[in-house]
Design a protein around this ligand. Structure first.
Ligand SMILES: *Cc1c(COP(=O)(O)O)cnc(C)c1O
Length: 378
């Protein structure tokens, strides 16, 4: 095969152009226009989220949760080490102390049984991240937050259209955040969403998202002039982006079916390497319906992963590793010196394979064959 196989090619339904043109024609391309409203309706109806707000990124949505919870210096936030920097930055920006939790031994998700011993009277919130759309143990996390009276935030950047015991991810936390970055299943380039499941935070979320003003209430005709009522920032995306996003949402089933088909193909072809003890794959469990956001294998060691990346690259196959364990980053390593061995392992050994709707069967087959060939002599 001489053609290059990209790691990711964003999906296009074809409707994006039509909707973006419509948005342009409407002469309303700032935030909260018709397309934004349509996206909000879609999410609230399909997933039963109490209230949704499109944002300019998942990062912004996370920053909004930190403001909504009134996070202050001294507050402690419990979060996984194996996650994207934004999960941590959002709280660090408000002066919080980060308490990193290790991954499970057999999955990059946070080891929930490690949480309780890290709870102190300064703990404000637990932030979970559902890696590759595989749910964390939400029964246990929900029990812990209830018992200790803490906030629960789901970083569901990778969790759209995933379910835990038939309940959609993003519906467990007081707050949940999603990403529509180009690398995610559904995208508008850069974009995100805040889900507020806790009624009492809806009004304030609206204000914080609108630069600390009650402008949204004004546009609904609830007040006769708007003003500055709280802190806030500019978190709403242009309706142009919402138009693009809506076109993608309308193709959600098609996207998900194709991605799952590719995911299952990889899984079924590569599981013989698991049997032979050469790689690890995520375990499929009864309680989780995942969304095929990522297909990853876990190599034995970092050098072996580098060798595999190099060999695949020589064949024109692009692959990618993933998060760096945050407690080991240059920025945080002086404050966090305890080893979190599983998080470190996944940071060194996770390898993500090409996965997107436009990927052809022949291409996936070639990726599989190349990996099997690599492990023949290992
Ligand atoms: C992609 C990602 C983010 C960031 O999303 P943006 O929309 O780019 O801000 C946050 N958390 C996780 C777990 C992610 O994978």
């Amino acid at each position: 095969m001489s053609e290059k196989i990209s790691f990711n090619i964003p999906f296009l339904s074809g409707k994006e152009k039509v909707y973006v043109k419509e948005a342009i024609k409407s002469r309303h391309i700032s935030g909260d226009g018709d397309f934004t409203k349509k996206c909000h309706n879609y999410f609230e109806k399909k997933y039963g989220f109490k209230k949704t707000f499109l944002t300019t990124s998942c990062t912004d949505a996370l920053e909004m949760t930190a403001i909504l919870m009134d996070i202050k210096p001294g507050d402690e936030i419990i979060l996984p080490s194996f996650t994207f920097v934004s999960t941590a930055n959002a709280f660090l920006l408000r002066g919080a102390t980060l308490v990193f939790i290790d991954s499970q031994a057999d999955h990059p998700n946070m080891n929930v049984s490690e949480i309780e011993k890290h709870i102190t009277d300064k703990t404000k919130a637990i932030v979970v991240m559902h890696y590759s759309g595989f749910a964390c143990d939400m029964n246990e996390v929900s029990r812990i937050v209830k018992q200790h009276n803490l906030f629960l935030v789901e970083d569901a950047a990778l969790g759209l259209d995933s379910y835990y015991e038939n309940k959609p991810l993003g519906s467990f936390g007081n707050f949940a955040t999603f990403s529509f970055h180009e690398t995610k299943n559904i995208s508008c380039g850069e974009g995100g969403m805040l889900v507020v499941n806790d009624e009492k935070f809806i009004k304030r979320a609206e204000i914080i998202r609108e630069k600390g003003t009650n402008r949204s209430a004004f546009f609904r005709g609830e007040i006769d002039k708007y003003g500055w009522t709280d802190i806030g920032s500019s978190f709403l995306p242009s309706d142009l982006l919402a138009a693009y996003l809506l076109a993608q949402l309308e193709a959600l089933d098609k996207i998900q079916n194709k991605r799952l088909e590719h995911w299952n193909f990889y899984f079924n072809k590569l599981k013989k390497l698991v049997k032979k003890g050469k790689i690890k794959l995520p375990k499929l469990t009864e309680d989780t319906k995942h969304n095929a956001s990522i297909f990853f294998i876990v190599c034995k060691s970092e050098p072996e992963r580098s060798e595999l990346i190099k060999q695949l690259k020589e064949k024109g196959i692009q692959t990618s590793f993933h998060y760096q364990a945050l407690h080991q980053s240059n920025f945080q390593s002086t404050q966090h010196q305890n080893a979190l061995v599983n998080s470190e392992l996944f940071s060194d050994c996770v390898l993500r394979l090409p996965l997107y709707v436009g990927l052809k069967k022949g291409e996936i087959n070639f990726v599989v064959k190349s990996i099997l060939e690599f492990y023949r002599n290992k």
